[in-house]
Design a protein around this ligand. Structure first.
Ligand code: SAH
Length: 349
């Protein structure tokens, strides 16, 4: 099978062209076509014909195909189902905010982290996504939104299915790739990576000189309660996770946000808010609270509004910066934790 040219970094693209005997400025030309959404080498009219033929012999452009699109009632959220070359299906979601469009994309087919409240991990990890399959999600959505209307993606969040730090090399390459001025030129500040807390990888990321926003899924203020809902908590303690987040802040100057999904009677008590407040004391960070999205077969219930507000209030009075995540896309199954590798399921939906 031909390789996907979208797997390649700008440097690799330049090398590929060099091997065909082309000067390096051709690299920029090729990137320009690719990232403007051109789907065929033949259409790249400023490249010599023999070059286009050689490229076509060896490469294909993009392996992510849109097979279904669901738009929320108020059009704020669009969920896409995408077919991959091996028949796996992934999902990504566009959220429309006043400041621009944000794409929430997947980094793996499935996930092996096993969080008990999350749909994406139900069937375990199927496989990592290739770089070109992450790029492909952005380009597919850009094509769909239409460049003419200037609605293309300027913000990317790695919060779809998968644990981004479990597909570390591909994710880092992908982020550097979309950041490149010759591709999509997406600012690191407009990129958020969410992790369940793979401590050594968080530290590695901090040292990469890539000042993206780090979001850490904490969901509990201590090891005991975190272990009940997140298997990863047995590998790394809450302390270690918070220490790694502090290290990330020191190295990058980027404020870390902690995600905290509220489940009634599990982690939503005022005592837990107070404990969280103590844990994050003196650390300039952000807590993002998300009322849990119920998923089939999991025992968790959404906290009643009063409990959510009490939780938020007690965190605030501990001096913590809190935001409540805007809830988008429920009715299309596009809300946090609702994305799944659902080859069979999604086709039945
Ligand atoms: N693997 C990464 C990205 C996953 S999804 C991580 O763990 O951070 C993004 C966020 O949605 C995570 O904070 C995840 O814990 C949360 N989430 C998963 N299932 C959820 C659900 N049913 N309701 C609310 N949030 C959920």
């Amino acid at each position: 099978m031909k390789q996907d040219i979208l797997d390649k970094s700008p440097e690799e693209i330049t090398d590929i062209l060099k091997q065909i005997g082309e000067p390096s400025f051709r690299g920029k030309q090729l990137l320009n076509w690719l990232y403007r959404g051109t789907k065929s080498f033949e259409d790249m009219t400023n490249l010599p014909k023999h070059t286009r033929i050689k490229l076509k012999e060896r490469y294909m452009i993009g392996r992510v195909k849109q097979i279904k699109k669901m738009t929320s009632d108020n059009s704020d959220t669009i969920k896409y189902l995408c077919l991959l070359h091996d028949s796996n299906i992934i999902e990504c979601v566009v959220m429309r905010y006043d400041y621009g469009n944000t794409l929430c994309l997947s980094t793996q087919v499935g996930c092996r982290m096993g969080c008990s409240f999350c749909e994406s991990t139900r069937q375990g990890l199927i496989r990592n996504l290739e770089v070109g399959e992450m790029v492909g999600q952005v380009l597919m959505v850009n094509a769909d939104l239409g460049e003419a209307e200037k609605r293309n993606i300027r913000n990317v969040v790695l919060m779809g299915s998968g644990e981004p730090l479990d597909n570390y090399d591909n994710v880092v390459k992908f982020l550097n790739l979309i950041h490149d001025p010759n591709t999509l030129n997406i600012s690191f500040r407009n990129i958020t990576l969410s992790t369940c807390g793979l401590v050594p990888r968080m530290r590695e990321l901090a040292d990469m000189d890539m000042p993206i926003t780090l979001a850490v899924s904490l969901h509990a203020p201590n090891d005991e309660s975190r272990r009940r809902i997140m298997p990863v908590a047995s590998a790394y303690s809450v302390r270690e996770v918070v220490e790694a987040a502090k290290y990330y802040f020191e190295r990058t100057g980027r404020r870390v946000s902690f995600e905290y999904s509220l489940m009634e009677g599990v982690n939503d008590g005022v005592e837990q808010a107070e404990e969280l407040g103590r844990l994050l004391e003196d650390f300039p960070c952000h807590v993002n609270i998300i009322p849990i999205n119920t998923i089939e077969g999991a025992p968790y219930r959404r906290s009643p509004e009063v409990r959510i507000q009490l939780f938020e209030k007690s965190l605030r009075s501990a001096g913590i910066q809190v935001t409540r995540r805007r809830e988008l896309g429920h009715e299309i199954g596009g809300a946090c934790g609702q994305l799944k590798r659902g080859y069979v399921d999604t086709l039945q939906r």
